[in-house]
Ligand binder design. Sequence first.
Ligand code: PEP
Length: 249
Amino acid sequence: MRTKFIAGNWKMNTNKASAIELAKGVVKGTPSSGVDVGIAPPFVYLDAVNQAIAGSNVLLGAQDCCAEKNGAFTGACSLEMLKDLGVKFCLTGHSERRHFFMEPSDLVAKKAAAVYASGLMLIHCVGEKIEERDAGKTFAVVQAQLGELNPAATQDAQRLVIAYEPVWAIGTGRNATDAQAQEVHAFIRDFLGKRWNKNFADQVRIQYGGSMKPENAKGLLTQSDVDGGLIGGASLKTDSFLAIVNAAK
Ligand code: PEP
Protein backbone atom coordinates (compact mmCIF):
# COMPACT_ATOMS: atom_id res chain seq x y z
CA MET A 1 0.00 0.00 0.00
CA ARG A 2 1.38 3.38 -1.00
CA THR A 3 0.58 6.14 1.52
CA LYS A 4 -0.67 9.17 -0.36
CA PHE A 5 1.65 12.17 -0.27
CA ILE A 6 0.31 15.71 -0.58
CA ALA A 7 2.98 18.40 -0.95
CA GLY A 8 2.45 22.14 -1.18
CA ASN A 9 4.76 24.15 -3.43
CA TRP A 10 4.45 27.72 -2.26
CA LYS A 11 6.68 29.02 -5.08
CA MET A 12 7.68 32.70 -4.60
CA ASN A 13 4.72 33.52 -2.37
CA THR A 14 4.06 34.51 1.27
CA ASN A 15 6.07 36.76 3.57
CA LYS A 16 7.63 35.71 6.85
CA ALA A 17 4.50 36.25 8.93
CA SER A 18 2.08 34.65 6.46
CA ALA A 19 4.45 31.70 5.90
CA ILE A 20 4.49 31.00 9.63
CA GLU A 21 0.72 31.37 9.88
CA LEU A 22 0.12 29.06 6.91
CA ALA A 23 2.56 26.47 8.26
CA LYS A 24 0.89 26.49 11.67
CA GLY A 25 -2.52 26.09 10.05
CA VAL A 26 -1.27 23.09 8.06
CA VAL A 27 0.15 21.50 11.21
CA LYS A 28 -3.14 22.00 13.04
CA GLY A 29 -5.23 20.34 10.35
CA THR A 30 -2.89 17.53 9.31
CA PRO A 31 -4.14 14.09 10.39
CA SER A 32 -1.76 12.13 12.62
CA SER A 33 -1.71 9.21 10.17
CA GLY A 34 -3.03 7.93 6.87
CA VAL A 35 -1.47 10.57 4.61
CA ASP A 36 1.97 12.17 4.26
CA VAL A 37 2.00 15.96 4.09
CA GLY A 38 4.79 18.34 3.09
CA ILE A 39 5.24 22.04 2.44
CA ALA A 40 7.93 23.76 0.40
CA PRO A 41 8.21 27.46 1.28
CA PRO A 42 10.63 29.93 -0.31
CA PHE A 43 14.26 29.34 0.76
CA VAL A 44 14.37 32.45 2.93
CA TYR A 45 11.49 31.26 5.12
CA LEU A 46 12.65 27.65 5.53
CA ASP A 47 14.09 28.30 8.97
CA ALA A 48 11.01 30.12 10.26
CA VAL A 49 8.69 27.46 8.83
CA ASN A 50 10.86 24.69 10.25
CA GLN A 51 10.37 26.21 13.69
CA ALA A 52 6.63 26.61 13.10
CA ILE A 53 6.21 22.91 12.24
CA ALA A 54 8.61 21.58 14.91
CA GLY A 55 7.36 18.41 16.56
CA SER A 56 4.70 17.79 13.88
CA ASN A 57 4.60 15.18 11.14
CA VAL A 58 4.57 17.83 8.38
CA LEU A 59 7.65 17.48 6.18
CA LEU A 60 9.69 20.50 5.14
CA GLY A 61 10.66 20.72 1.49
CA ALA A 62 12.85 22.83 -0.79
CA GLN A 63 11.69 23.99 -4.22
CA ASP A 64 15.15 23.78 -5.76
CA CYS A 65 18.79 23.24 -4.85
CA CYS A 66 22.30 23.56 -6.17
CA ALA A 67 23.97 20.30 -7.13
CA GLU A 68 27.38 21.59 -6.02
CA LYS A 69 28.56 21.01 -2.48
CA ASN A 70 30.01 24.46 -1.72
CA GLY A 71 32.18 27.18 -3.19
CA ALA A 72 31.90 30.00 -5.69
CA PHE A 73 28.26 29.61 -6.75
CA THR A 74 26.75 33.04 -6.11
CA GLY A 75 23.14 32.99 -5.00
CA ALA A 76 22.95 29.20 -4.78
CA CYS A 77 21.96 26.97 -1.88
CA SER A 78 23.54 23.57 -1.31
CA LEU A 79 21.79 20.45 -0.08
CA GLU A 80 23.83 20.46 3.13
CA MET A 81 22.57 23.99 3.81
CA LEU A 82 19.00 22.87 3.16
CA LYS A 83 19.40 19.85 5.44
CA ASP A 84 20.78 22.17 8.11
CA LEU A 85 17.45 24.02 7.99
CA GLY A 86 15.40 20.84 8.48
CA VAL A 87 14.57 20.12 4.84
CA LYS A 88 13.39 16.55 4.23
CA PHE A 89 12.55 16.61 0.50
CA CYS A 90 13.55 18.60 -2.54
CA LEU A 91 11.92 19.16 -5.93
CA THR A 92 13.81 18.84 -9.19
CA GLY A 93 12.68 19.48 -12.75
CA HIS A 94 9.69 21.65 -11.89
CA SER A 95 8.39 23.10 -15.14
CA GLU A 96 9.06 26.64 -13.94
CA ARG A 97 12.70 25.73 -13.40
CA ARG A 98 12.87 24.00 -16.77
CA HIS A 99 11.07 26.66 -18.78
CA PHE A 100 11.36 30.03 -16.97
CA PHE A 101 14.87 29.47 -15.65
CA MET A 102 15.96 27.50 -18.73
CA GLU A 103 17.34 24.57 -16.75
CA PRO A 104 18.52 22.03 -19.29
CA SER A 105 17.95 18.32 -18.84
CA ASP A 106 21.57 17.60 -17.88
CA LEU A 107 21.41 20.14 -15.05
CA VAL A 108 18.08 18.71 -13.84
CA ALA A 109 19.68 15.25 -13.88
CA LYS A 110 22.66 16.52 -11.89
CA LYS A 111 20.40 18.11 -9.28
CA ALA A 112 18.25 14.97 -9.01
CA ALA A 113 21.35 12.82 -8.46
CA ALA A 114 22.63 15.26 -5.83
CA VAL A 115 19.32 15.32 -3.93
CA TYR A 116 19.17 11.57 -3.87
CA ALA A 117 22.81 11.19 -2.83
CA SER A 118 22.23 13.68 0.00
CA GLY A 119 19.76 11.29 1.64
CA LEU A 120 16.77 13.58 1.14
CA MET A 121 13.56 12.49 -0.51
CA LEU A 122 13.45 13.51 -4.17
CA ILE A 123 10.32 14.75 -5.93
CA HIS A 124 11.24 14.67 -9.60
CA CYS A 125 8.78 16.60 -11.78
CA VAL A 126 7.94 15.62 -15.34
CA GLY A 127 5.31 16.78 -17.79
CA GLU A 128 4.60 17.86 -21.32
CA LYS A 129 3.71 21.23 -22.82
CA ILE A 130 0.40 21.60 -24.62
CA GLU A 131 2.02 21.58 -28.07
CA GLU A 132 3.79 18.35 -27.16
CA ARG A 133 0.51 16.77 -26.03
CA ASP A 134 -1.21 17.96 -29.22
CA ALA A 135 1.61 16.45 -31.28
CA GLY A 136 1.18 13.08 -29.54
CA LYS A 137 4.53 13.40 -27.76
CA THR A 138 3.38 13.18 -24.13
CA PHE A 139 4.85 9.75 -23.41
CA ALA A 140 8.10 10.53 -25.22
CA VAL A 141 8.60 13.76 -23.25
CA VAL A 142 7.77 12.12 -19.92
CA GLN A 143 10.03 9.17 -20.71
CA ALA A 144 12.95 11.45 -21.57
CA GLN A 145 12.50 13.37 -18.29
CA LEU A 146 12.34 10.11 -16.31
CA GLY A 147 15.57 9.21 -18.09
CA GLU A 148 17.23 11.98 -16.04
CA LEU A 149 17.22 9.54 -13.12
CA ASN A 150 19.94 6.94 -12.76
CA PRO A 151 18.47 3.61 -11.55
CA ALA A 152 21.80 2.33 -10.21
CA ALA A 153 22.10 5.35 -7.91
CA THR A 154 18.42 5.54 -6.96
CA GLN A 155 17.58 2.32 -5.17
CA ASP A 156 15.42 3.32 -2.19
CA ALA A 157 11.88 3.57 -3.57
CA GLN A 158 10.66 5.33 -0.39
CA ARG A 159 12.88 8.31 -1.19
CA LEU A 160 11.77 8.68 -4.79
CA VAL A 161 8.56 10.45 -5.77
CA ILE A 162 7.61 11.35 -9.33
CA ALA A 163 5.31 14.32 -9.88
CA TYR A 164 3.45 14.23 -13.18
CA GLU A 165 2.68 17.85 -13.92
CA PRO A 166 1.38 18.61 -17.40
CA VAL A 167 2.72 22.11 -18.07
CA TRP A 168 -0.61 23.21 -19.56
CA ALA A 169 -2.34 22.45 -16.26
CA ILE A 170 0.05 24.29 -13.92
CA GLY A 171 -1.47 27.48 -12.57
CA THR A 172 -3.99 27.61 -15.41
CA GLY A 173 -7.07 26.34 -13.59
CA ARG A 174 -7.30 23.63 -16.26
CA ASN A 175 -6.49 20.27 -14.68
CA ALA A 176 -5.91 17.00 -16.51
CA THR A 177 -9.01 14.83 -16.45
CA ASP A 178 -8.95 11.82 -14.13
CA ALA A 179 -8.46 9.57 -17.16
CA GLN A 180 -5.66 11.70 -18.68
CA ALA A 181 -3.80 11.68 -15.35
CA GLN A 182 -4.26 7.94 -14.82
CA GLU A 183 -3.09 7.17 -18.35
CA VAL A 184 0.23 8.98 -17.87
CA HIS A 185 0.70 7.73 -14.29
CA ALA A 186 0.26 4.15 -15.48
CA PHE A 187 2.80 4.82 -18.23
CA ILE A 188 5.25 6.20 -15.66
CA ARG A 189 4.85 3.17 -13.38
CA ASP A 190 5.29 0.83 -16.30
CA PHE A 191 8.45 2.67 -17.36
CA LEU A 192 9.86 2.54 -13.80
CA GLY A 193 9.13 -1.19 -13.79
CA LYS A 194 11.19 -1.65 -16.95
CA ARG A 195 14.10 0.56 -15.85
CA TRP A 196 14.22 -0.61 -12.22
CA ASN A 197 11.91 -3.56 -11.57
CA LYS A 198 8.23 -4.11 -10.84
CA ASN A 199 8.67 -4.31 -7.09
CA PHE A 200 10.45 -0.95 -7.08
CA ALA A 201 7.87 0.63 -9.39
CA ASP A 202 5.01 -0.56 -7.20
CA GLN A 203 6.46 1.30 -4.21
CA VAL A 204 7.24 4.64 -5.87
CA ARG A 205 4.64 7.33 -5.29
CA ILE A 206 3.49 9.24 -8.32
CA GLN A 207 1.89 12.61 -7.54
CA TYR A 208 -0.32 14.54 -9.89
CA GLY A 209 0.22 18.31 -10.12
CA GLY A 210 -1.60 20.93 -12.16
CA SER A 211 -4.55 22.91 -10.81
CA MET A 212 -5.46 20.29 -8.22
CA LYS A 213 -8.02 21.79 -5.89
CA PRO A 214 -10.65 20.57 -3.40
CA GLU A 215 -13.26 20.21 -6.17
CA ASN A 216 -11.22 17.87 -8.37
CA ALA A 217 -8.94 16.22 -5.80
CA LYS A 218 -11.11 13.22 -5.01
CA GLY A 219 -11.53 12.19 -8.64
CA LEU A 220 -7.82 12.45 -9.34
CA LEU A 221 -6.69 10.86 -6.08
CA THR A 222 -8.90 7.81 -6.50
CA GLN A 223 -7.17 6.82 -9.75
CA SER A 224 -5.19 3.65 -9.11
CA ASP A 225 -1.78 5.11 -9.99
CA VAL A 226 -2.28 8.58 -8.49
CA ASP A 227 -0.54 8.52 -5.11
CA GLY A 228 -0.89 12.13 -4.07
CA GLY A 229 -0.57 15.65 -5.33
CA LEU A 230 1.92 18.45 -5.78
CA ILE A 231 -0.16 21.51 -5.12
CA GLY A 232 0.69 25.08 -6.13
CA GLY A 233 -2.07 27.70 -5.88
CA ALA A 234 -4.35 25.69 -3.59
CA SER A 235 -1.52 25.17 -1.10
CA LEU A 236 -1.47 28.87 -0.26
CA LYS A 237 -4.71 28.72 1.67
CA THR A 238 -4.97 26.46 4.71
CA ASP A 239 -8.57 25.47 3.98
CA SER A 240 -8.06 24.41 0.38
CA PHE A 241 -4.77 22.61 1.09
CA LEU A 242 -6.25 20.71 4.02
CA ALA A 243 -9.35 19.81 1.99
CA ILE A 244 -7.02 18.11 -0.49
CA VAL A 245 -5.10 16.43 2.35
CA ASN A 246 -8.37 15.08 3.71
CA ALA A 247 -9.48 13.92 0.27
CA ALA A 248 -6.23 11.95 0.09
CA LYS A 249 -6.77 10.42 3.49
C1 PEP B 1 2.90 23.35 -9.30
O1 PEP B 1 3.45 24.39 -9.60
O2 PEP B 1 3.58 22.39 -8.93
C2 PEP B 1 1.46 23.28 -9.42
C3 PEP B 1 0.92 22.11 -9.51
O3 PEP B 1 0.77 24.47 -9.45
P1 PEP B 1 -0.82 24.66 -9.46
O4 PEP B 1 -1.40 23.71 -8.44
O5 PEP B 1 -1.04 26.09 -9.10
O6 PEP B 1 -1.28 24.34 -10.84
